[in-house]
Design a protein around this ligand. Structure first.
Ligand code: MTE
Ligand code: CO
Length: 440
């Protein structure tokens, strides 16, 4: 990427002020802030009024929506968010990839609450576009080192005992642009290649056992039905431990972009292994060393060697508000909000620093705190209006602590793209604007 390109998109960490991705109107924001202060001074509570309001709708007037009948129950057979939330969408960075079919878009983390990502906002990563699979014609074939090679229709798979589990999925390339310095000025872009939904499906163990595993079976080769035929090797131990063949997300069938009608769920491991539109599993005794685990999704170290099979997503966290898209609404009491996750287990603690990592305070973890799932944290902060370096640092129940970028680079160098789980720094300026910065 060139400096010109990043500036044009308003994505360079230092070129924030006017060209923010969200097109925030700073004057409207400041006006709203002033109103908030005024209401508070008048003793009216003053919470939730930080946008320019139409006085005709405010008490003691009766707003339009209270005067007339609303739309009936037939208006929207499948509901969508309010038109006032139309800015809450997945976004891509056009210059990042040559085509939109082999590309990625990002989850708007700064706009979400709790830990569940709404289906329509789950980031997408495709190598050959979204396959349009006819569910009736889709088959999952299992062969290789099994007693009975079998082919399953979707109806067959739904006859197995279902199980539902909440897991995060993070692309190994999440935060990959940030290895050498602060690049993208928005949490949607620096950390938005993660989503967390409740999957329903059948355990991979159940289906493999139906085929009967031969004693020599040690590895699987999972392959998708998209035009990329994306494929990965998965060790059998993991497959038998907690992998799922999922047909639903958040209570409804998978979305086409998430692998409809069937995807592999590989909890805690890099998103690339979660083969979408899965059509074939071959059981073998060795890994296949496919493209996606050799030339891609390996980390080039300083000495020229590459790390092999970097499956687990290490402990990580990020503050989602304030963030470059979420300005600080004036001095005083703030709730800092964020997300933490670990592919090795559950989040044990999240610390927040307001001085660039010199001192740390413990954040409050919101329930539920689930293994290999996003965890929501909150921290109460009284901002004095001076420039502030905000950071969060997660610790998981395996004892792993989220590293600084300095520590990560000492271990892995600067050639990496994948597996950047380092601590993110947001600089809060006295104006309330927030920038992505890198501490030396
Ligand atoms: N499976 C197939 N068949 N084709 C793909 O392009 N992309 C992989 C993985 N599974 C991919 C795939 C990558 S790199 C990631 S990060 C996740 O799917 C993304 O899942 P999502 O689109 O649900 O976010
Ligand atoms: Co990926």
């Amino acid at each position: 990427m060139t400096t010109k390109q990043t500036q044009r998109l308003g994505l360079t960490a230092r070129s924030y002020s006017t060209k923010v991705p969200q097109q925030l109107d700073r004057r409207a924001f400041l006006k709203g802030g002033a109103m908030l202060g005024g209401l508070a001074a008048a003793g009216a509570g003053g919470i939730g009024t930080a946008v320019a309001a139409n006085p005709e709708n405010l008490p003691p007037n009766v707003p339009d929506w209270s005067r007339y009948l609303g739309a009936g129950v037939d208006a929207m057979p499948y509901g969508v968010p309010s038109e006032h939330e139309a800015h809450v969408v997945r976004r891509n960075v056009e210059w990042l990839t040559a085509t939109s079919e082999s590309s990625v878009n990002f989850t708007p983390l700064h706009e979400l609450d709790g830990i569940i990502t709404p289906n329509g906002l789950c980031f997408e990563r495709h190598h050959g576009g979204i396959a349009e699979v006819e569910p009736e014609d889709h088959r999952l074939m299992i062969h290789g080192l099994v007693d009975r090679p079998l082919m399953f229709s979707m109806a067959d798979l739904k006859r197995f005992p279902p199980i539902s589990k909440i897991y995060f999925l993070e692309c190994a390339a999440n935060s990959g642009m940030e290895w050498r310095g602060a690049q993208l000025n928005g949490v949607q872009y620096t950390h938005g290649m993660v989503h967390c939904v409740q999957y329903t499906g059948v355990t991979l163990r159940t289906v493999l056992e139906a085929c009967g595993l031969k004693p020599k079976a040690k590895w699987l080769h999972a392959e998708g039905a998209d035009s990329a035929g994306m494929n990965r090797s998965v060790p059998l131990d993991k497959a038998l431990d907690d992998c799922l063949l999922a047909y639903s997300q958040n209570g409804e069938r998978l979305r086409p972009e998430q692998g409809y009608p069937l995807r592999l769920v590989v909890p805690g491991w890099e998103g690339n292994m979660w083969v979408k539109w899965i059509r074939r599993i071959e059981v073998g005794d060795m890994p296949w060393h496919t493209r996606e685990e050799t030339s891609k999704y390996t980390d080039l170290l300083e000495d020229g060697h590459a790390r092999r099979f970097t499956w687990e997503m290490d402990v990580k966290s990020v503050i989602t508000s304030p963030a470059p898209e979420k300005l600080v609404a004036g001095k005083g009491f703030q709730i800092v909000k964020g997300l933490a996750w670990s592919g090795r287990g559950a989040i044990k603690r999240v610390d927040v620093s307001v001085d660039g990592g010199r001192n740390w305070q413990t954040a409050r973890l919101d329930e539920p705190v689930l293994s290999k799932s996003l965890t929501r944290f909150y921290y109460e902060w009284d901002w004095d209006g001076s420039p502030t370096l905000l950071q969060s640092r997660a610790i998981d129940d395996s004892g792993q602590v989220q590293p600084t970028m300095k520590a990560l680079q000492e271990a892995r160098g600067t050639n990496s793209i994948y597996h950047n789980n380092s601590i993110q720094t947001w600089l809060v300026n006295p104006t309330g604007e927030v920038e992505n910065v890198r501490l030396a």
